[in-house]
Design a protein around this ligand. Structure first.
Ligand code: PGA
Length: 256
């Protein structure tokens, strides 16, 4: 019922030319994939060439960040209509690197989520605890508060259509993955919370991804858990081979 989703977050990697070469190849090797939705999130300058190369393909485009205003004097920022115009269907919001290095907090993320929805973009809302928080037994508390605040004020049908990514900060780029059981536990908790706050339909339809050192060889075990609807992939999305390995493992998990 929930279509599995694999998102490649390229972070600050790949020039427009490198991104173009990547998607040309990706498009070819994934042409037969049907049961997994594939999305790539290039840097801003690479969005336009990638959009053009993906025209007519099922691979979707995401931005990695966005401002909440539709335009204005905000040097260095990019507005929602600029992203829709550049072919984006999704936008990653509240990634832990944005929170850690650029001072984004849940209130910022909430404004961005609302703005994305107003402009027809699907937010991929990132939440997750730090290592210190996990070790102090605060995972559930931290993630609950992030979800509550990031989604504050939204209607149930808006929540049903968005994507939440649970990414424990200690698992991002470290090679340490949350165990499938731990990831499932947090994702199930998030779905329960969505049920309490936004109703059963939103909980059944919202896609909740896992992210943090996802690789071809740990994908299947993660994705086959009932509340893990896909993956947000950093490092392993940078090579066509490992990214398609993840897509194939997701297909093999056969959830649909
Ligand atoms: P990683 O990054 O796969 O390199 O751990 C995940 C992310 O930051 O979204």
């Amino acid at each position: 019922m929930r279509r599995p989703l694999i998102v490649g977050n390229w972070k600050m990697y790949k020039t427009p030319a490198e991104a173009a070469a990547f998607v040309t190849q990706l498009r070819e090797v994934t042409a037969a994939v049907q049961d997994v939705e594939i999305v790539v999130a290039p840097s801003f300058p690479a969005l336009l060439p990638v959009r053009d190369l993906l025209a007519g393909s099922a691979i979707g485009l995401a931005a990695q960040n966005m401002h909440w205003e539709p335009e204005g004097a905000f040097t260095g920022e990019v507005a929602p209509p600029m992203l829709t115009d550049a072919g984006c269907r999704y936008v990653i919001l509240g990634h832990s690197e944005r929170r850690q290095y650029f001072g984004e907090n849940d209130a910022f993320v909430n404004r961005k989520v609302r703005a994305a929805l107003e402009h027809g973009l699907i937010p991929i809302v990132c939440v997750g605890e730090s290592l210190a928080e996990r070790e102090a037994g605060l995972t559930e508390k931290v993630v609950t508060s992030q979800v509550e605040q990031c989604l504050a004020g939204l209607a149930g049908d808006a929540v049903a259509n968005l994507v939440i990514a649970y990414e424990p900060v200690w698992a991002i780029g470290t090679g340490r993955t949350a165990s499938p059981a731990d990831a499932q536990e947090v994702n199930a908790r998030i779905r329960e919370l969505v049920r309490d706050l936004f109703g059963a339909d939103a909980a059944d339809r919202v896609r909740i991804l896992y992210g943090g050192s996802v690789k071809p060889d740990n994908t299947r075990e993660l994705i086959s858990r009932p509340d893990i609807d896909g993956a947000l992939v950093g490092g392993a999305s940078l090579q066509v081979e490992s990214f398609t390995g993840i897509i194939r493992a997701c297909e093999e998990a056969g959830k649909r």
